[in-house]
Design a protein around this ligand. Structure first.
Ligand code: VG1
Ligand code: CO
Length: 563
């Protein structure tokens, strides 16, 4: 059937500014406002693909959350009308964020669109999100997201092909004639390419020696997909390929509302995994977020590995993974709030270690320039230059590789690290959905405080601890590759013993403000390594609350989530 593209008039919105990782809003914001999604997609195609749009190939996929199917179909019609030649789409619109990143790279497309609000809840009353990734497979840098935002503020029309109907449920190729040009929709098995790639990166035979049913040195694992997109990947990799028993995977059916839960792998929202591991029957546990880029690692009895320590342990042990045997280990990086545990490993191995702002988009240039192999964020993100997104399943396979290679338990690996380098205690306290005005006031006060010359050298005491402020600033980053500057990335008080207190406002929430308070304290006394981080860090937490007046301003007496 011959189809034609149409121009449709539209009115701009003023709130379509992408945050830390794409545009995230309540589902109702997209559903109940005319052309809200269309406007953002049109702006994304213009700003993200631009001159390369005609004849281009793009990847489209998402985490299966509510409204994802409608958005996928809308994107197909709009891409057809905008002159895109081909779309690669996961079956039923399902692709994990890391899988999208891989497909963009593998098929050398002009980028991709990811439909997810990641760890935010889903369903009709939950959140939805749209993110654009560039041809390197990574999240669009700020130059592009700012341009998208500019376009959305003045957009007056978009292009679509209303009569085009593609079937996204059947694997295979469909072609359409749109204004005389061929438009192809290829529906892919959501997991096949990714699984093949993981088998190239890791030594599956080695991992099988600990996880396969009937293994000689068995490690009982429990993997929780939290009803996010990783379910089918988890089943294919851990059960079908690695031979782990069926009982080692749970919540592997993707649900539009993630079963009503927050698909966020941390001690609060993955409480059922923690509870199961506390029974002492498993040696390893892991969970992922909705779109599969985050991971949480637990050991025996739910021994918790902070994402900061996880990064450091992997940094220390990368050599046992075939991919890094081939590429060599080029360097490491972490987001600014992430603890300095990995820096200590870098120092001992003589590698470069970079500190970038929060958000995976800041790692891409370093990877493309061949300076960075492994990086992570305290927010349960770990990944490498195998793609340009963080990768939850990859992180679990990396951990299992290390466990198989070293024959040590999760806890032993942590103890080894602490004994060698000391322990960087870390915690993050989130105050979610705080009123915007007091949150902004608090940040304004802190920004005023850090420019006061009297602050450096000032002492703060709490309990038996006294800290002296050595550096006070708002983190600013100059990208070493393209020299772009990103300012205002978090207020930091760095103490003379390298302890840190950091304040940031979240850029992924969909309503109100979320204050993130990050605390890091270093201990080299082995008697303290086993202590609870909340206890060890209490004096710094108290000082942070005192300096910021957080409780007085927001009325919140306790954080909503502690990680
Ligand atoms: C949070 C995390 C950040 C992460 C981002 C996206 O951002 O802190 O480290 O990169 O989420 O993760 P913010 O601005 O809310 O602090 V994901 O898995 O939601 O794409
Ligand atoms: Co995510």
């Amino acid at each position: 059937m011959a189809l034609t593209a149409q121009k449709v008039g539209t009115k701009p919105y003023d709130d379509q500014k992408p945050g830390t990782s794409g545009l995230r809003k309540a589902v109702k914001v997209y559903q109940n406002q005319p052309n809200y999604t269309e406007n953002f997609i049109q702006a994304t195609l213009i700003a993200g693909v631009g001159d390369r749009l005609k004849g281009s190939t793009l990847v489209v996929g998402g985490d299966g959350r509510f409204y994802g199917k409608e958005a996928t179909e809308l994107i197909i019609r709009m891409c057809a009308a905008n002159g895109v030649s081909k779309l690669l789409i996961g079956q039923n619109g399902l692709l994990s964020t890391p899988a999208v990143s891989y497909l963009i790279r593998k098929y050398q497309t002009q980028g991709g669109i990811i439909l997810t609000a990641s760890h935010n809840p889903g369903g009709p009353d939950g959140d939805f999100g749209i993110k654009f990734n560039t041809p390197n497979g990574g999240p669009a840098p700020e130059a592009i997201t700012n341009r998208i935002f500019e376009i959305t503020k003045s957009i007056s029309e978009y292009l679509t092909c209303p009569a085009l109907q593609a079937d996204i449920s059947t694997i295979g190729t469909q072609t359409f004639q749109v204004d005389g040009a061929t438009f192809t929709v290829e529906i892919l098995d959501s997991v096949a390419d990714y699984v093949t790639y993981m088998k190239e990166i890791f030594n599956f035979e080695s991992i099988k020696t600990i996880v396969a049913e009937g293994a000689v040195t068995p490690l009982k694992i429990l993997i929780n997909a939290m009803h996010g997109v990783t379910g089918p990947y988890v089943r294919r990799i851990f059960v079908d390929e690695l031979g782990a028993p069926e009982s080692s995977i749970i919540n592997c059916v993707p649900l539009q509302d993630f079963g009503g839960h927050h698909p966020d792998p941390n001690l609060t929202y993955a409480a059922d995994l923690v509870k199961e591991l506390k029974k002492g029957q498993h040696g390893f546990g892991a969970a992922f977020d909705g779109d599969g880029d985050r991971n949480m690692i637990l050991g025996h009895n739910a021994f918790f590995v902070t994402p900061c320590d996880s990064l450091a342990i992997l940094a220390q042990n990368l050599d046992c993974i075939p991919y890094f045997q081939k590429t060599g280990v080029k360097g490491y990086a972490r987001s600014m709030p992430t603890s300095g545990a990995v820096d200590r490993v870098a120092k001992s191995t003589g590698k470069e270690c970079f500190e970038v702002p929060t958000g995976w988009k800041f790692f891409g240039n370093l990877m493309d320039a061949g300076r960075l192999s492994l990086c992570g964020e305290e927010s349960f993100g770990t990944g490498s230059d195998h793609i340009r997104e963080k990768d939850g399943v990859w992180a679990v396979l990396a951990w299992l590789s290390v466990l198989a290679h070293t024959n040590k338990s999760v806890e032993e690996l942590l103890m080894d690290h602490w004994n060698k380098f000391g322990r960087n205690f870390f915690t993050r306290h989130d105050f979610e959905n705080v009123d915007t005005a007091p949150a902004n006031e608090m940040m304004a006060n802190l920004n005023a405080l850090i420019v006061d010359p009297a602050l450096v050298g000032k002492q703060y005491s709490s309990g038996d601890k006294t800290y002296t402020v050595a550096v006070a600033d708002n983190f600013s980053y100059t990208d070493p590759i393209d020299n772009s500057v990103t300012k205002g990335q978090g207020v930091r008080l760095i103490m003379s013993d390298d302890s840190r207190v950091i304040f940031r406002l979240s850029g992924t929430g969909s309503s109100g403000a979320t204050i993130r308070l990050y605390i890091e304290g270093y201990e080299s006394d082995p008697a303290k390594y086993g202590l609870d981080s909340q206890v060890v860090l209490k004096p710094l937490i108290d000082i942070a609350l005192q300096v910021s007046q957080l409780q007085e301003l927001t009325g919140r007496t306790a954080p909503t989530v502690i990680t």
